[in-house]
Design a protein around this ligand. Structure first.
Ligand SMILES: NC(=O)c1ccc[n+]([C@@H]2O[C@H](COP(=O)([O-])OP(=O)(O)OC[C@H]3O[C@@H](n4cnc5c(N)ncnc54)[C@H](OP(=O)(O)O)[C@@H]3O)[C@@H](O)[C@H]2O)c1
Length: 288
């Protein structure tokens, strides 16, 4: 038995999060970035009921966290959940403590709802990330700990070292990326009650002709968009939620509607047959 905080979670992971990659720049801040537009996209998501904002230290080298901080400052803190990711190049105990404090400063918040490890890195002892987050939790600076791009080996370290339950594993999961299913990651998460948060679920929808053609065919007979069919399909997997970068109210409404769509078993099977042929590009991270 660990320290007893497992039963004391403060936040239930919501089905949808707003992804903020490309807000403020790419890897580095873009001096010509339209900050007002990014802030408005974040506020649109919040007004649409998407209150979990997913950012990271290395999005625009911290600028993205600053924009999130500015956007959420208009709302009562307890109506918003903030998720940020510790850089995978800074996973020593000391760097994790400092990284969390620096993120909170950029976000202008006194605690993080979710503090997650962006990806495993063999240059570090992964246990140090969780030893640090145990301390951050006890100091009241984070409410939940999570991981991203973690496969079975890394998840085992997480589960063994973290005194908090692992609140999510944010992983690439789309019609053109089967890797969490073939690597054992999905099964491990299910059996350890670790929710999956699918990243990049929509972006590559047109990348492969066979999967896109099938999505279009199903969409036509169901009077939906192909993106909605895709979300409905991914949502048919147990314990899967999403981080999505949608920039307008209409797109959020379509996504929310798609979460209530049940595809026929033959459509689901046809999609899964194609899905299972698609290796993704982040699978190497799940092998660490
Ligand atoms: N942990 C990691 O290593 C990792 C890696 C990659 C990404 N992420 C996170 O995952 C988030 C999501 O991934 P992403 O931003 O790369 O891609 P994404 O959310 O899969 O796709 C974004 C694109 O989907 C479009 N879209 C959204 N809703 C739509 C709808 N209902 N109908 C049609 N198009 C729609 C958006 O267009 P509009 O702008 O027009 O709405 C945008 O062009 C990122 O922002 C980031 O926070 C994490």
């Amino acid at each position: 038995m660990k320290c007893g905080i497992k039963a004391n979670l403060k936040t239930k992971l919501t089905k949808l999060a707003l992804g903020t990659w490309l807000m403020g720049g790419t890897k580095d801040p873009d001096p010509n970035n339209d900050d007002a537009k990014d802030i408005s996209v974040i506020k649109t998501a919040i007004e649409s009921g998407v209150t979990l904002i997913d950012t990271a230290q290395n999005y625009a080298d911290g600028k993205c966290e600053e924009l999130v901080g500015q956007a959420i400052s208009s709302y009562p803190r307890d109506t918003i959940q903030v998720l940020t990711k510790q850089k995978k190049s800074h996973l020593s105990y000391k760097d994790v403590i400092e990284g969390c404090n620096a993120s909170m400063k950029r976000l202008c918040v006194e605690y993080l709802d979710y503090f997650i490890c962006h990806a495993p890195n063999t240059d570090f002892d992964l246990a140090d990330f969780f030893k640090a987050t145990n301390k951050l939790y006890k100091d009241g600076l984070i409410r939940n700990v999570g991981v991203s791009n973690f496969g079975v080996n890394a998840l085992k370290i997480a589960v063994e070292t973290s005194e908090l339950p692992i609140a999510l594993n944010q992983v690439c999961f789309s019609i053109n990326d089967r890797d969490i299913l073939t690597s054992g990651t999905y099964e491990f998460c299910l059996s350890h009650e670790i929710p999956i948060q699918a990243y990049r679920p929509i972006l590559d929808i047109k990348k492969e002709k066979d999967s896109y053609d099938l999505l279009i065919t199903i969409a036509a007979h169901m009077k939906l968009s192909p993106q909605q069919v895709l979300v409905a399909y991914l949502n048919s997997f147990d314990s899967v939620g999403f981080t999505i970068r949608a920039s307008n109210n209409e797109h959020w409404q379509q996504i929310k509607d798609a979460l209530n769509v049940k595809l026929t078993s033959s459509d689901t099977e046809a999609l899964k047959k194609i899905h299972m042929t698609k290796a993704g590009v982040f699978g190497h991270l799940l092998e660490i």
